[in-house]
Design a protein around this ligand. Sequence first.
Ligand code: FAD
Length: 317
Amino acid sequence: MSVLVYTESENGKFKKNAFEVASYAYEVAQLLGTTVTAISFNASNNEVLGDYGVAKVLNVSNDTLKTFNAKAYAHAITEAAEKEGAKVVIVSSSTDTKYLAPIVSAKLKAGYVPNVVTAPESASPFTVKRTAFSNKGFAHTEISTDIKIVGVSNNAFGIHEHKTTAAVEAFSPTITDADFTTKSVEVDKVVGKATIADADIVVSGGRGLKGPENWGMIEELAEVLGAATACSKPVSDLGWRPHGEHVGQTGKPVASNLYIAIGISGAIQHLAGVSSSKVKVVINTDPEAPFFKAADYGIVGDAFEVVPKLIEKLKEF
Ligand code: FAD
């Protein structure tokens, strides 16, 4: 029996959330009196997972799995869980796992709880705290099935070192063409930019910026801070920014350390997706904008005056 954790990677390197879910898995394994096995796909630095308490890594090295595919990855994770006799499977609450975890859950007949922010306090009842009502509250949810799947919210549990030596094993799940009902034929990625999911800082623009021609200052501020860029829903609906940047209830969730909202009113659907960010800074001309109520720091001012000044000051550091 072990705890199985799915550690996400990109271009052979683990994403930041891989270390967070590994840390979480270690905590759960301590509670159950067992060890952590990780499953990784085409990762090259598997040994590093030992730093976060992983005792064994099942590394899948398979060219057909170089890009994420929910059904095929779910098949591999299910096989790994069965091989290890895993009672708990831990994943992140990333966009990819939103598709993947329900498939694993159906295959293993396991209860699945996403957006979990704390480790369970006991093995039985196995109760986890998760965000609920679009991050407006918390639900304490007991998973009562024999096998349990937990989706850990990004940045909620944190990364904790537990130095162990991870034994890396090659793992070859029986992946066939039937596992690929859909296939990514090409992935266009913006290179050299932080992604919203992994970024410590996110700079986000709204309709207050008036048009796509004004995004230069948002890009520049993001570059100075090493941040990812994001936007509100209307901005991507209007085609000012790519849909991949839309954050909020119907877009990507943001759980960064710093979220800077520029010309965004703070509608409930926007706040729902960004309220897990640790520090929120708002720049808006309207002192009554609802976002100020959710902000840690606010600047009432015109973005076209404030942002260039901010960039200038930050460049001095
Ligand atoms: P606006 O509401 O138009 O706000 C613009 C803000 O810019 C205003 O507060 C204004 O004071 C300020 N401003 C104007 N000029 C300046 C200036 N020069 N400098 C600084 N500030 C300035 N929205 C999302 O973002 N994400 C979602 O996931 C999402 N999901 C939705 C789901 C549903 C079912 C529905 C119904 C709506 C959803 N929305 C979502 C839309 C949401 O309700 C709001 O309409 C949207 O968030 C508003 O975007 P905005 O703040 O950019 O624009």
